[in-house]
Every structure is written in structure tokens, then in C-alpha cells.
Ligand binder design. Structure first.
Ligand code: NAD
Length: 382
């Protein structure tokens, strides 16, 4: 094994030592060998966590042909590790059509992050699509993209079940976002006044972790039922305008566009810090804020202050991109739980009997993934 591959192997060993959900998945697959004789095509962000997943999936037999979903997120040491384990890896950027290189291997199963392989297969290899046993989609953006497609094979969408909102959205983002804020700004939450916009699973986690960190949290939510839930969870629930006059940091988690722009900011508190935890970079209207500013100042990497004309000075972090992702912050455990569900979904596809088209991840499969997580935590009962 090369030095770079050994670096990835040691990172994976560290993660597995404290939360061994991936080895537990691997043990199960090694006993059943569900992928024996099959080719599995994978498009994913080739981080050390995906490396940990693929190493264990490979214990289920089969041949793995992998491509990176993005050049920016491809870790060269992971690529080397996977190659040393006998996988074919086309790292993003090695050739434009790396997805076609995977599809050229005529996979029986697909693992996708962003519906890249599924979309390319349907558009460019419709005859091969009819032969596919099935696919698993990992990401929210892929899940959205799949809504416009009608695959002639089963696709298990891991996003709309109960497990991801309950664990990753709520606890993964809740913990990771504030860790990222601290890394980037040095701010300690104690005694700070924080606004959370949106009280879905992500907002609920953000509010809870900020409160646990000592902040005074206010929640802005437009759904009256969730606003009432936030109230009984113990948070003031003002209007956005009212909250922005008081809070020192505000984080958006709505899934909407332009939730905070120059108009909303005019009456806001001087020095307000704007952070996004929602998908994409459109919840905070950074272009609008820039356009309405008399001056702006890059204070540090990913930290820009804007002096609004007729308004306060505000600070935007990471240009309004989801900060926990930009900073790769937070515990990997929620992501690894999601990956365990992926492994079990792939195993389920080999058993056949699922109808063609996109389906929400079956409840019993999520329950199995949760049992693996509980076992990894040493908390399994029954
Ligand atoms: N940063 C990450 O790592 C990460 C991870 C998972 C999900 N997400 C994203 O976070 C966002 C929130 O996820 P969720 O699961 O909580 O979604 P959700 O749809 O369950 O919750 C969003 C909430 O925001 C409220 N809302 C919408 N517009 C609003 C507005 N203008 N003012 C006040 N409230 C408003 C909605 O009523 C809803 O309750 C999504 O965009 C999701 O894709 C980010």
C-alpha cells in the first residue's frame, strides 16, 4: 500500500474505532455475499467516509467501478486506497465523461450522489437501463432531480424516510453548523442571541445545539403548527423583522430562496452575522446585499462584511453556502448511519421484487440501519 493510501486507511481506522457501524455493515455483507457475480457502479464524493463505506460494501462480493462526483471533493489518498483494494476508480477530472466510463462496465447496480449515473444512463444508455437491477440515491439534490425522471428499474431514495431527517438533518447539521461558526469566527455561543429561521428538522437541531451552547435562541417559522411547537419547546417566536433587530447571529434553514435580503436587513442590528444551513446558496440573497451596499470588506477567508446603504453593517459567512458543508464540520456519525442505510438498500435490491420507479426507503430497512447504529454505540437492546 502506498503512503497516501495508508493515510486514508488510518483515517478510516480512527473513525471505525469510535463508531464501528461500517465494520458491522461489512460483517453482515461478508456473511451473505449479496453482490457476488454483480458489478456495482458508484458515483460519490470520494472522501475518507465514502472510502470507509466502499471498503465494507466490497466485502459483500462483486466488482466495484467508482467515479468521483466532483473534483473538488475527491481525496487522492482515498482513490489510491480503493485502487489498492482492487476497485476501478475514475477520479473526477481524469476525463470529462467519467460517468460513461462507469456505465461502460455494464453495472447491475448503481450507487448515486446527485443522480449523475442514473440521469446519464437514462439519457444515453436507455437500452442498458432496462437491464439494471436497481439504484440507490444518497442526496437531497439527487432526490429532487429524480422527481422528473421515470427509471424502468427500482430506485431507493434514502432522503424522504424518517432516519435522515431525525439523525443527519437534526443532529448532524445542528452540531456541525455551530462548530463551523466557531472554527471560522472564534465566536463562543454563550450569552449570544441567535435567530434560527425555519423549524424543520434542521432548524430544530440548530436551535437545540445553540441553546445547549449557552445562546439565547429565537425561532422564526411561518408554519403556525411548527411555530407553536417551537413556542412549547421554549423559544420566543417573533417575526423575522423583529428577530433581526435583536439577534447577533442568524441562521437560515428553510429550503426557500431570498429569505433574508437587503429589505429584511435594513432595520437589523448592527454587526449581524448571516449564516446559511439550508441547501444551496440562495437562502441569503448575497448578490442583493452586495448590490445594496455602499462598501464591503473581506475580513478573512469566507468572512465578508457589507455596509448597507441606509442600513447596518452585516457579515456574511461562506457567501451563504451551507457552512457546515463548506467547513466539513461536525461528527461523521450521522453520515455513517446514512451510509449504513445505503448498504442495506443495495443488499435489498439484489433480492428483487421491487417495482420500477423511485421509492422512499422502506421503513424496515431504516429500522435495520438504526439497529446497526445502536449496536455500534453499544446501546442495542433486543
Ligand atoms: N447543511 C446541511 O448539511 C443540510 C443537511 C440536510 C438538509 N439541509 C437543508 O436544510 C433545509 C431545511 O431542511 P429541513 O429538513 O429542516 O426542511 P423542512 O422543509 O422540514 O423545514 C423547513 C422549514 O422552514 C419553514 N420555512 C420556509 N420558509 C420560511 C420562511 N421564509 N420563514 C420562516 N420559516 C420558513 C418551513 O415552514 C419549514 O418548517 C433544506 O433546504 C435542506 O435541503 C441541509
Amino acid at each position: 500500500m502506498s503512503g497516501r493510501a495508508a493515510k486514508a486507511a488510518s483515517e478510516i481506522a480512527r473513525v471505525n474505532a469510535f463508531f464501528p457501524i461500517m465494520p458491522l455493515l461489512g460483517n453482515r455483507l461478508a456473511a451473505k455475499r449479496p453482490f457476488e457475480g454483480l458489478t456495482v457502479g458508484v458515483s460519490a464524493h470520494l472522501t475518507s467516509f465514502v472510502g470507509a463505506l466502499l471498503q465494507e460494501l466490497a466485502l459483500g462480493g462483486g466488482r466495484f467501478v467508482v467515479c468521483g462526483a466532483s473534483e473538488a471533493t475527491t481525496d487522492g489518498s482515498v482513490v489510491e486506497l480503493l485502487r489498492s483494494a482492487g476497485m476501478v476508480v475514475h477520479s473526477a477530472g481524469s476525463r470529462k465523461d467519467h460517468q460513461m466510463l462507469v456505465l461502460d462496465e455494464e453495472p447491475d447496480l448503481l450507487v448515486d450522489a446527485g443522480a449523475n449515473l442514473i440521469g446519464t444512463l437514462l439519457a444515453r444508455r436507455p437500452e442498458a437501463a432496462a437491464q439494471l437491477r436497481g439504484a440507490v440515491e444518497l442526496t437531497k439534490s439527487g432526490s429532487e432531480r429524480l422527481k422528473g425522471l421515470q427509471p424502468p428499474f427500482p430506485v431507493i431514495d434514502l432522503n424522504d424516510g424518517r432516519l435522515k431527517p431525525g439523525v443527519e438533518n437534526r443532529h448532524g447539521v445542528g452540531e456541525g453548523l455551530w462548530q463551523a461558526v466557531q472554527q471560522l469566527t472564534g465566536v463562543h455561543l454563550s450569552g449570544r442571541r441567535v435567530g434560527v429561521i425555519g423549524y424543520g428538522p434542521v432548524g430544530r437541531g440548530l436551535a437545540a445545539y445553540a441553546r445547549a451552547g449557552g445562546a439565547a435562541v429565537e425561532v422564526v417559522e411561518r408554519d403556525p403548527i411548527l411555530q407553536l411547537v417551537a413556542h412549547y419547546d421554549g423559544y420566543p417566536t417573533p417575526t423575522l423583522e423583529d428577530a433581526l433587530k435583536r439577534v447577533g447571529l442568524v441562521v437560515t434553514a428553510t429550503g426557500g430562496r431570498g429569505v433574508i435580503g437587503p429589505e429584511e436587513l435594513r432595520p437589523a442590528r448592527h454587526g449581524l452575522v448571516l449564516i446559511n444551513a439550508g441547501h444551496g446558496d440562495h437562502e441569503i440573497d448575497v448578490v442583493g446585499i452586495k448590490g445594496a451596499s455602499a462598501a464591503y470588506d473581506q475580513i478573512a477567508d469566507k468572512v465578508v462584511a457589507y455596509q448597507l446603504e441606509d442600513g447596518p453593517r452585516v457579515i456574511v459567512l461562506a457567501d451563504g453556502h451551507p457552512l457546515n458543508i463548506v467547513m466539513n464540520a461536525g461528527s461523521p456519525e450521522p453520515l455513517l448511519v446514512h451510509f449504513a442505510a445505503l448498504g442495506l438498500a443495495l443488499e435489498r435490491l439484489t433480492q428483487g421484487g421491487l417495482p420500477p420507479g423511485v421509492m422512499v426507503v422502506p421503513a424496515e430497512l431504516e429500522a435495520d440501519a438504526a439497529r446497526l447504529a445502536l449496536k455500534a454505540l453499544g446501546r442495542a437492546h433486543g
